[in-house]
Design a protein around this ligand. Structure first.
Ligand code: ADP
Ligand code: MG
Length: 501
């Protein structure tokens, strides 16, 4: 089935998330939809899959105009979407999930289920999915759950399948397996749309690439001839340097020493189960792993936001195991939090107020209990300049800035203090490629000045680019440790899946 999108525009209030997009999706072809965060990729595909109605434009299937009133219509027309967040019922089996599926219509009766089990088996065999219809979702590796989602759309006879950032949750090995499945589907004549912001993946699997920027298609390329640099320039609108310069390691005295640290999560379960490592001056330690393997709790314990159950944390020889967040901050730990909007900034406050949030007790910004607002705004203006924050004035609410610019201000605020250790959690999530480059350079600058750095990221490329040493976390433990240079992506991937040495 050939799909044509013609002049599609979708607005949210005054903002056009997608503007006048033309796109052809062909059977037997993998079309990559490449774009930065917020470019409009998901919105465009949600229009195609019937979740949103376009404000303007039309959808043609094999030349015939169609209108979808909802996801059900699109599915009946043969268009299936595998979303970023899976929609599976954990306590159900694969077959039960497949029957329930996208439309909440079919009641689970025996006949349906037996037929479904047979069909799951045959679809699974045909496309090399290797999924057992009677397995329960709960406890399944994420890569396998994704294949169940694929089964769900194939079960509904999808001719076109849209994958929204499918590799974000996968280990490198799972990504390879996923690509093999995508190729099977393509070779069977399905039309595939693969949404991503990762250049290398696009070059590996796509037959054609359309680049989206600010809601518009800014280019369509052939992966056989396109280069990563060209694609990045299209995505960002200017040239981008990829590898950040990392001068040779000059490892100084230990800054942070963590000994057999155990940390519990909200439910009181052990999220970090005995982790030991150290960070030295001038060294960047990367913490890799699939999201949810204890990294967040580890960072919270290191920055005083969560109490350690046992073990010890020392900062420059001083025991800070049970120090408060404020004390950690004062003693010289800068924290770039995972969730800016929860613990980094307040959206309705202006830029200066957000800078003051974390520095209000420093002598440069306060005398006694009085805040020196003049100084606060002067240093905010400096941060805006030094960290290339695209904002008109320190008096604008920070919520009006793009995610990348908010993050640059938070990083500027944290790095402008005189700290010993920087703990950055997912520092470039939701940040555009151009700003990522900038943020990485600032980290390397801090490293050169002898600060210790911890960068926690689920983006392996980011870790490989920055870290002198890589720790891979799996189920609350360090499942692998790799020195820079000896960091082999295959072995890191195995450790991420808990299968490391
Ligand atoms: P992408 O998938 O490329 O990251 P999205 O399609 O999610 O981008 O978003 C495109 C733009 O539309 C962004 O500016 C985003 O904030 C906005 N947007 C997306 N969904 C909604 C929504 N439901 N309501 C308001 N704005 C939205
Ligand atoms: Mg998206």
């Amino acid at each position: 089935m050939q799909i044509e999108l013609r002049g599609i525009t979708k607005r949210f209030g005054a903002v056009a998330a997608v503007s006048d997009v033309d796109l052809t999706i062909r059977p037997g072809e993998v079309l990559a939809l490449l774009g930065e965060n917020g470019a409009g990729k998901s919105t465009l595909m949600n229009v195609l899959s019937g979740l949103y109605r376009p404000d303007e434009g039309s959808i043609l299937l094999d030349g015939k105009a169609v209108q979808f009133a909802g996801a059900g219509d699109a599915i009946r027309a043969g268009i299936g979407m595998v979303h970023q967040h899976f929609m599976l019922v954990p306590v159900f089996t694969v077959a039960e999930n497949v029957v329930l599926g996208v439309e909440p219509t079919a009641a689970l009766d025996r006949l349906d289920l037996d037929a479904a089990r047979r069909q799951v088996r045959s679809i699974s065999a045909r496309y090399g999915l290797d999924v057992d219809p009677d397995a329960t979702i709960e406890g399944m590796p994420v890569g396998l759950q994704q294949r169940v989602e694929i089964l769900k759309v194939l079960f509904r006879a999808a001719e076109a399948i849209v994958f929204d950032e499918p590799t974000a949750v996968l280990t490198p090995q799972e990504v390879t397996e996923f690509f093999a499945i995508v190729r099977e589907l393509r070779d069977a004549g399905k039309a595939i749309v693969f949404i991503t912001h990762k250049l290398q993946e696009v070059l590996a699997v796509a037959d054609r690439i359309s680049v989206l920027r600010a809601g518009r298609v800014v280019g369509t390329c052939d992966p056989k001839t396109a280069t990563a640099a060209e694609l990045a320039r299209l995505m960002v609108g200017r040239p981008v340097r990829f590898a950040v310069d990392r001068p040779p390691l000059e490892r100084g005295a230990p800054i942070l020493e963590v000994e057999d640290l155990q940390v519990a999560d909200e439910r009181g379960e052990r999220a970090v189960g005995g982790v030991t490592f150290s960070v030295h001056a001038g060294e960047c330690v990367g913490i890799a792993g699939i999201h949810g393997n204890g990294q967040s709790e580890l960072v919270e314990a290191l920055t005083g936001m969560r109490r350690a159950v046992s073990g010890r944390i020392r900062l420059q020889g001083r025991d800070i195991t049970h120090a408060s967040a404020r004390d950690c901050h004062r003693l010289g730990i800068a924290h770039v939090p995972e969730d800016r909007l929860r613990s980094g900034i307040i959206g309705t406050f202006d830029l200066g107020e957000n800078v003051a949030l974390n520095t209000y007790y420093e002598p440069r910004h306060a005398s006694g209990i009085r805040l020196r607002w003049g100084e606060v705004y002067r240093s905010t203006a400096r941060l805006i300049r030094d960290y290339d924050v695209r904002a008109r004035s320190p008096l604008n609410p920070i919520g009006q800035l793009s995610g990348g610019n908010q993050q640059k201000l938070v990083i500027g605020r944290e790095l402008s203090r005189d700290v010993a250790l920087i703990v950055a959690s997912q520092p470039t999530r939701g940040v555009d490629v151009g700003s990522i480059e900038y943020i990485h350079e600032r980290f390397m600058e801090a490293r050169s000045r002898g600060r210790g750095l911890i960068v926690v990221s689920t983006e392996l490329d980011e870790i490989l680019g920055l870290a002198d040493r890589i720790l891979v976390m799996f189920r609350g433990r360090v499942a692998g440790e790799f020195q820079d240079g000896a960091a082999d992506i295959g072995n890191i991937g195995l450790a991420m899946a808990g299968a490391g040495a």
